[in-house]
Design a protein around this ligand. Structure first.
Ligand SMILES: [Zn+2]
Length: 315
């Protein structure tokens, strides 16, 4: 598939803490090819941008670039074109991303947004949310993120902070979160929360199968739970129950047509979903949980790349 002779190519880029992913699209949004580069989040801003530039240049080749969309892990200020704060890539704090893209690729349309919002737009327009009127994307991974799409548009909030569902309080006086608050959804359900609880369980029962695991990862804990280990099952039950409270809150607050679950932890499937469903069916209003469907994401880790170009597509 080539865009030769058409209106050029669009690039979608997902600038994350561990990987820079990019794909080229036709101006109609048709996916053509993709590429990626690893980043450790501690490199200098110039080095991170050089990787982005290299991945992007390979994808563009000799074709005409018609626009660049970027989803960035952090808070972006559309007025200044700068990244305000990127917790996973602190060297990018204050980085003039729009200016650098303009210098590197010329005067093409550029759209930059938060990576979770980009992923939400991707799932809404080309994944599990296709055909829905409204959708909330809940990304369950190392951290927990989200984005709310209504009528095709992201709800960014007055200062771009909307959708920070990972820091919605689930348990007052619950475990301490990385953000400094207590009992955030992320402090109860994320990969790191699960590993923290697994370590505690292993410490309490040094002769248990959990303590015998060579590494405590969500994947290993899922295998152990599937084998019927009670301690591993209890960890997933607890995480799923907390997730269910978060989902019930979203259902009652927004009542979207669907809530889409994505991210590495979502791969645990029923281990998380069964206790979560049991909880949201009690915690959410009947009319809310009966009308909001919960679905698995379809674009996996490429949702952000797809969503990043959405604002640049021909209407
Ligand atoms: Zn928090």
């Amino acid at each position: 598939m080539s865009s030769e002779g058409s209106g050029g190519v669009l690039l979608g880029i997902d600038l994350g803490g561990t990987r820079i992913k990019a794909a080229r699209f036709s101006t109609d949004g048709e996916w053509e090819s993709e590429s990626q580069s690893h980043s450790n989040g501690r490199e200098k801003a110039e080095e991170i941008f050089a990787k982005l530039h290299s991945v992007a240049s390979d994808l563009i080749g000799s074709d005409r670039l018609a626009g660049v969309g970027v989803g960035v892990a952090g808070v972006f200020d559309a007025q200044s074109g700068r990244i305000v704060k990127s917790p996973n890539m602190p060297t990018l704090n204050g980085f003039d991303l729009r200016g650098q893209i303009q210098s590197a690729f010329g005067e093409v349309p550029i759209h930059i947004m938060n990576d979770a919002n980009a992923a939400a737009l991707g799932e809404f327009h080309a994944g599990a949310g296709m055909g829905a009127e409204s959708m909330f994307l809940l990304t369950l991974g190392t951290g927990i993120g989200g984005g709310f799409v209504s009528g095709g548009e992201i709800w960014e909030g007055v200062a771009g902070v909307a959708g920070e569902v990972g820091h919605m309080c689930i348990q007052a006086d619950g475990p301490l979160c990385n953000c400094g608050a207590k009992g955030c959804l992320e402090a109860c359900v994320s990969s790191w929360a699960l590993i923290r609880d697994a370590n505690a369980a292993a410490g309490e029962k040094p002769d248990s199968p959990i303590a015998a695991l060579p590494s405590l990862t969500p994947e290993d804990l899922a295998v152990l739970a599937a084998q019927g280990d009670e301690d591993a099952r209890a960890l997933w039950e607890k995480a799923g129950t907390m997730l269910g409270i978060g989902i019930a809150n979203l259902m009652n607050l927004l009542n979207p047509e669907c809530i889409v679950l994505a991210g590495g932890l979502a791969k645990a499937g029923d281990l998380l979903l069964k206790p979560a469903r049991k909880t949201w069916e009690v915690q959410a209003f009947d009319r809310a949980h009966e009308s909001t469907s919960v679905r698995m994401g379809k674009l996996d880790e490429w949702a952000g790349v797809r969503g990043a170009v959405q604002p640049l597509l021909r209407p």
